[in-house]
Design a binder for this molecule. Structure first.
Ligand SMILES: [Zn+2]
Length: 228
């Protein structure tokens, strides 16, 4: 990738974008990057932005048109679905008044520092301006995604309770199956959020109607199985 970047760097600034765009389209590197990202994506190669649809293409977090020199930068590649890549984000890359990016960079930042998922509603609230810009650009609170998160919460809750019952009966094979169910779910952010909320100071309030679930979410053995 550094060789490919070098070829773009030697072009004049005006020609860099055209060169970078053409090089990316025909490069075999694209397929390799796509395959690696697929292995790293949650569940069945889910989109790294919405977590719902299958990731089908490599998105340049910082658009090639804005910074051609990051076309072949591994840390600028994310697996995205067609909706997030081509319909929501497109070439958008908002910056603040000092020129700093306003989108959360998931390769460098923890999205939960900027966003909070209200589990009962499936809706994201922003903690920071970056969180708000990310919600807007990716349409994170679209009705389809909100419904999907509420459904994911039900599936995860049910699988975790099944895990608890299998644990009582000492059925390791079944426990593994229930963990797999959670991991194969779209919208991995829902389970991640549940695991975090369970350790937060307000957990007793968030899980007031499902304290059995809170006990499960705080179990070290279950947490490490889910986070593996
Ligand atoms: Zn997506």
């Amino acid at each position: 990738m550094s060789k490919a970047t070098e070829k773009i760097r030697v072009a004049s600034p005006d020609e860099r974008y055209g060169k970078a765009d053409a090089a990316w389209r025909k490069s075999a590197i694209r397929k390799t990057v796509r395959a690696r990202l697929g292995e790293m994506a949650p569940g069945y190669e889910r989109c790294m932005y919405c977590g719902e649809s299958r990731g089908t293409s490599v998105d340049h977090f910082e658009p090639v048109a804005r910074n051609p020199l990051r076309t072949f930068d591994w840390l600028n590649h994310l697996l995205a679905c067609t909706t997030c890549n081509s319909h929501e984000k497109r070439e958008q890359f908002p910056v603040d008044e000092d020129g700093n990016p306003l989108l959360i960079d998931p390769t460098a930042e923890d999205p939960f520092d900027h966003l909070r998922l209200t589990l009962t509603l499936g809706v994201y609230r922003s903690r920071t301006p970056k969180g708000q810009a990310t919600i807007n650009v990716f349409g994170l609170n679209k009705p389809g995604l909100v419904k999907g998160r509420m459904h994911a919460r039900k599936v995860v809750t049910s699988a975790l309770r099944d895990w608890g019952r299998a644990h009582e009966r000492d059925r390791a094979d079944e426990m593994l199956e229930h963990v797999q169910t959670v991991q194969d779910q779209p919208m991995a952010d829902v389970c991640q959020s549940m695991l975090r909320e369970a350790l937060s100071p307000g957990a007793d309030v968030v899980f007031s109607e499902s304290l059995d679930l809170l006990v499960l979410l705080r179990r070290e053995d279950l947490r490490s199985a889910l986070l593996r």
